[in-house]
Design a protein around this ligand. Structure first.
Ligand SMILES: *Cc1c(COP(=O)(O)O)cnc(C)c1O
Length: 352
């Protein structure tokens, strides 16, 4: 690959993707009819490989949609009676609240500081859904399992917890029982081309969809689930991405091993940035930092990105309010060890 993207999404895709695309072409996968037996088998196989590799609880449902953004709307349309509470400390969580606000009658917005843990004590016991962005891709913060558990303990039992896990699912070993709705698009930790998302639903989430019975939209959750029960989708899906997801996950050693790899790499980066005075973590408390998206403050982000780009590495811009003084670097599974070596060597050379 000529250019290695450390951008936190879309990011580097798995090297094997070219081979799988060739196979998909040769085997006619790209032209497959989405109501055919071949597609239904691919759908079922992809779902089972995900259940196995991501440790999805057996009573949870897995469905495929187009984007994380679509999941925000599905939750608002099909799982929210009146109100949802949005905990956010960055651009993606905020956008989720704003999109929802256009669709539902009430949004409870609960901002918090990026150097503080999500305020579980602020839970609004009247909200139908509690919305959490697990890894806030814009600033590299992370909501830990311990915090999710506290949120689960603090809520009413009929409140659903929905987690935007776009930059964590597929990279971090997560106890999925800690929430009712999980979703992620595939261009982050799954190392695939953009254009698809995975949604994982607890029995309580499915029950809520049944009770609310929203049928107004092409992507009403009941309609998605009804199609999924037949191993089909609610519209002509991104079959190529489903196929690539199937092939790459089949090859995965499982989420525990992937998580371990990322943990070791984060340790490496942590030591690396400790040694270089030029960079400083945006998130001061290590316990609140994401394992998958690193946000670093530095005097001249433009210079860092330019030096990297000259050596064919792409580094992420700062996002939103952090645009001017931070860079972001993905620690996603598809990135190779020798690419990390290459980038760190370059940064050490120019920014020591
Ligand atoms: C990238 C990202 C999204 C948006 O994903 P789309 O595929 O563009 O819908 C949403 N949430 C988070 C946390 C993200 O990182």
């Amino acid at each position: 690959m000529r250019v290695i993207s450390f951008y936190p999404g879309p990011s580097r895709v798995y090297s094997k993707v070219t081979e799988y695309i060739y196979e998909a072409y040769m085997d006619g996968i790209m032209s497959i009819n989405h109501r055919s037996q071949d597609f239904m088998k691919l759908y079922a196989d992809t779902r089972s490989v995900l259940v196995e590799k991501l440790d999805v609880p057996e009573d949870y449902q897995v469905v495929f949609v187009s984007a994380a953004t679509e999941c925000w709307e599905i939750i608002a349309q099909s799982l929210t009676r009146e109100s949802s509470q949005h905990f956010h400390n960055g651009a993606f969580g905020k956008k989720w609240a704003e999109y929802t606000d256009k669709l539902t009658s009430q949004v409870v917005s609960t901002p918090f500081d990026l150097n503080e843990a999500l305020p579980v004590t602020a839970v609004d016991l009247t909200a139908d859904v509690l919305c959490v962005t697990q890894c806030e891709t814009s600033n590299g913060t992370y909501v830990s399992e311990a915090t999710l558990k506290q949120l689960g303990d603090a809520r009413n039992t009929d409140q659903l917890i929905a987690v935007d896990a776009t930059s964590s699912l597929g990279g971090v070993d997560i106890n999925l029982r800690l929430a009712d709705v999980w979703f992620a698009s595939v261009q982050k930790c799954f190392g695939l081309p953009a254009g698809m998302a995975i949604m994982i639903l607890s029995p309580d989430a499915v029950r809520r969809a049944e009770v609310l019975a929203d049928k107004k939209h092409y992507n009403s959750l009941l309609w998605i689930l009804e199609n999924a029960s037949k191993n089909q989708s609610h519209h002509t899906p991104n079959v190529l991405d489903i196929y690539l997801l199937y092939r790459t996950q089949l090859k995965s050693k499982g989420i525990a091993k992937t998580d371990h790899k990322l943990t070791e790499r984060l340790k490496y980066w942590d030591q690396f940035f400790e040694d270089l005075d030029y960079f400083e973590w945006l998130v001061e408390n290590p316990a609140l930092r994401s394992k998958t998206v690193m946000a670093l403050k530095c005097p001249e982000p433009e210079k860092v990105k330019k030096k990297a780009r000259n050596a064919d590495f792409v580094i992420g811009n700062g996002y939103g309010p952090w645009r001017e003084d931070t860079i972001r670097i993905a620690n996603f599974p598809a990135i190779k060890g020798k690419e990390i070596e290459g980038l760190s060597k370059l940064l050490r050379k120019y920014f020591n």
